[in-house]
Design a protein around this ligand. Structure first.
Ligand code: PEP
Ligand code: MN
Length: 338
């Protein structure tokens, strides 16, 4: 971090500030230029409060030269993180596909979809029991009984289950019943929730917020990791743009960008990006080609009667056709479909 002092700052004032940084465990290099003095801070500056610093009367400007995230930063962890869930693996050359309905609706639906997606090559089962809906009048999910239907589908197929947590009060229940805890786009910056899932032993699937930058998204992962849970999978699911044709705009650039910034695996959700089933396949394949570590796809046995997101859900047949192409493309990207 570089701190530029205002012209005319007295030597004693510069030294006092330098000393306060040294007390925080940083080493400080002082450079006296013509009419201006610069402090170069070396060490862990993640705890330095830039806002507080910038209102000091002698401080002209502050520049970060390193990222504010540490645990998620590829610089300090060059090798890819691999997240293992039972037999499934995501990251570091292992490509995993998570599939299932938007929401858990019934025992028959979950078991049928679970069997179908497993046959087509999915390695984990998704399904929301707690649904974040835009309208309070829409189906809100089955709640806790939905988790038991997911467990039944797991018992039937062996597929680990991925499902969304909406509030810290459910952590204990999810710890007991769920394999991967999904934090949805709307909760990406629910910092209390992030801290609580950070104390859990289960991997976390962290979706990108509706309008979040890469850095904000990684900082949310950092919240989870800083509490001790380093098993985080990032999921690009489209962001808000001026385009209204699609539900969201899939940001394919996020895949190579996040891979450069972080060692965490990045998977893609083409279903919520597209918002319509016919566009899911091309977006999914684009994600594989851009280097994604996996996909999460909505599949429903009867999309026209789905309680949530039927318009963007693939039928089991469409999903099988997509998986045929994924199976060809993944090895071309140097990865293994798990
Ligand atoms: C979902 O996966 O069903 C979901 C609600 O996704 P998102 O949080 O990305 O909108
Ligand atoms: Mn959905």
């Amino acid at each position: 971090m570089v701190v530029v002092m205002k012209p005319g700052t007295k030597k004693e004032e510069v030294e006092a500030l330098a000393q306060s940084f040294e007390q925080q465990g940083l080493s400080v290099g002082i450079t006296n230029g013509v009419g201006c003095t610069i402090l170069g801070l070396v060490g862990d500056t993640t705890a330095v409060d830039i806002d507080k610093l910038s209102i000091l009367p002698n401080v002209e400007r502050i520049m970060r030269v390193s990222e504010p995230y540490k645990k998620a930063n590829r610089k300090f962890h060059p090798q890819d993180s691999v997240i293992q869930v039972g037999q499934a693996k995501i990251g570091g050359g292992s490509f995993g596909v998570i599939a299932g309905p938007c929401s858990v609706e019934s025992e028959a639906q979950m078991i049928e979809v679970a069997r179908d997606v497993q046959l087509s090559g999915a390695c984990m089962l998704r399904g929301g029991a707690f649904k974040p809906r835009t309208s309070p009048y829409s189906f809100q999910g089955m709640g806790a009984p939905g988790l038991d239907l997911l467990l039944e589908a797991k018992a039937e197929t062996g597929l680990p289950i991925v499902t969304e947590i909406m509030a810290p009060r459910y952590c204990e229940l999810f710890e007991e019943k769920v394999d991967v805890v999904q934090v949805g786009a709307r909760n990406m910056q629910n910092f209390d929730l992030l801290k609580e899932v950070g104390k859990m032993s289960k991997p976390v699937l962290l979706k990108r917020g509706l309008s979040s930058s890469y850095e904000e998204w990684i900082m949310s992962a950092e919240y989870i990791m800083s509490e001790g849970n380093e098993n985080v999978i990032l999921c690009e699911r489209g962001v808000r743009t001026f385009e209204t044709y699609t539900r969201n705009t899939l940001d394919v650039s996020a895949i190579p960008a996040i891979h450069r910034m972080s060692h965490l695996p990045v998977i893609v959700d083409p279903s919520h990006a597209a918002g319509m089933s016919w566009m899911v396949e091309p977006l999914a394949l684009a994600a594989v080609a851009a280097g994604a570590d996996g996909l999460i796809i909505e599949v429903h046995n009867d999309p026209p009667h789905a309680k949530c997101d039927g318009q963007q859900s693939l039928t089991p047949e469409n999903f099988q056709a997509l998986m045929g192409k994924v199976r060809t493309l993944v090895p071309m990207m140097g990865k293994v479909l798990v």
